[in-house]
Ligand binder design. Sequence first.
Ligand SMILES: NC(=O)c1ccc[n+]([C@@H]2O[C@H](COP(=O)([O-])OP(=O)(O)OC[C@H]3O[C@@H](n4cnc5c(N)ncnc54)[C@H](O)[C@@H]3O)[C@@H](O)[C@H]2O)c1
Length: 372
Amino acid sequence: MKSTIGVGLIGTGYMGKCHALAWTGVRAVFGDGRTPKLIHLAEVTGDIARRKADEFGFARSTGDWREVIADPEVDVVSVTTPNAFHPEMAIAALEAGKHVWCEKPMAVALADAERMAAAARASGRVAVLGYNYIQNPLIRQIGTILADGTIGDVNHVRLEMDEDFMADPEALFYWKSEASSGYGALDDFGVHPLSLLQVLFGQPERVLAHLSKPYADRPTADGRRRAVETFDIASVLLDMGNGISGVMALDRSAWGRKGRIALQIFGSKGTIVYDQERMNELQLYVSSDKATEQGFRTILSAPQHAPYDRFIPAPGHGLGFNDLKIIECHELLRRIAGEPARVIDFDTGLGIERTVHAMAQSHREQRWIDLA
Ligand SMILES: NC(=O)c1ccc[n+]([C@@H]2O[C@H](COP(=O)([O-])OP(=O)(O)OC[C@H]3O[C@@H](n4cnc5c(N)ncnc54)[C@H](O)[C@@H]3O)[C@@H](O)[C@H]2O)c1
C-alpha cells in the first residue's frame, strides 16, 4: 500500500475548513498510518477555490467539483457542501473508486440516503459520515462506565440539543425556514444526539414525535413577512425496546444555548451526565458511595481517556471541537487500512436517517412509528 493518501475537498466553509485542519493535523497528532497529501480542492468558483487552496495548502483547485473526483491522485474525498449536494457528490466519488468522508446528514430525502448507502456497498470503498461528537474521548469513557456496570442497568436516557441561532423572532427569514431544507431541528440537529445514542445503545425500536414552530412567520429583506415552513422545536419519546425508555428534545430557538448536546443516562446504581458545551467533563453519581458523601463527581478529560494522550500529555487541559474532527479523520484512515475503527459508515448512518424520517412521520400521523 502507498505510504501517502491523496485528499480531495469539496466545499471550504465551516466544515470544509474543519476537514482541511483534520487532514493537516492527523499525522502530527497520531504519527501513524498513511500521510495525507492535500491534492485538489473545489468551490463554487475558481477564484474562491484558488484562494482557499492557498490558505489550506492544497496543490490544485477548481470551480468544478467533478474535476476533484476525476483526479487520479485523489484517493479520498471530503464532501462538506450543503446537504442537498451530498447524494450526487458522494455517489459520483464512490463510483470513481474514491473513499468518501461526507458531512451529516446524508441527504434531505430518505430515498437519496438509501442510494448513497447502496453506492457505498457496491463500490467496496470506505464511506464515512461526519459524526464528530462520538469521537470525544469522554463519550468513549461513558461507554466504558456503562460496560463496567458502574451505574447498573440503564432504564432511561435523555438527549437534548439546543442552540439559539433561530431564537430571535425578528431575525430575517432564510433557507433554514424553507421546507426544501428538511424538517427543521429534527434533521438539522437530531442526527447528532442520535449518533451518540447509536454508539452507546443503538437506535430506538419505536418513536413518538411532536414538532412545533415557536414563530409562525419571519420578516423578509423587502419588509414583508413570510410563513415559516420548518419546525425549530422537536419533542420525541423513544422506546429502545430493551427496557430503556428515552426522551429527545431539540430546539434551535433556545436563547442562551450555544452548542448544547446534553445526555443524561439513568441506571439502577447511578447516573451519568454530559453536556457538549462542557465537553471536557463528565458528571458521575454512584449510589454505592458513602451516604454522607453522595453527590455527582466531576471527571475531567485526561491522558487515560484515549486518544486524549495523543494531543496533550497533561490532564484537565481540554480538547476542542476541531480535535474531534482530527480523531474522526484518524478513524477513517484506520477503516481504509482495514483496521477496527469507530466510525458511522453509510449503512449505520442510514439507520439514523430512517429514525429521523420515522419521527417526522410520527408527527404527521400523530402515532407511534415502529422501526424494528
Ligand atoms: N459535523 C458537524 O458538527 C457539522 C457542523 C456544521 C455543519 N455540518 C454539515 O456540514 C455541511 C456544510 O455545512 P457548513 O456549515 O460547512 O456550510 P457552509 O455554508 O459554511 O459551507 C459550505 C461550502 O460549500 C460550498 N459549496 C456549495 N456548493 C458547492 C459546489 N457545488 N461545489 C463546491 N463547493 C460548493 C459553499 O460555497 C460553501 O463554502 C452540511 O451538510 C452541514 O449539515 C456538520
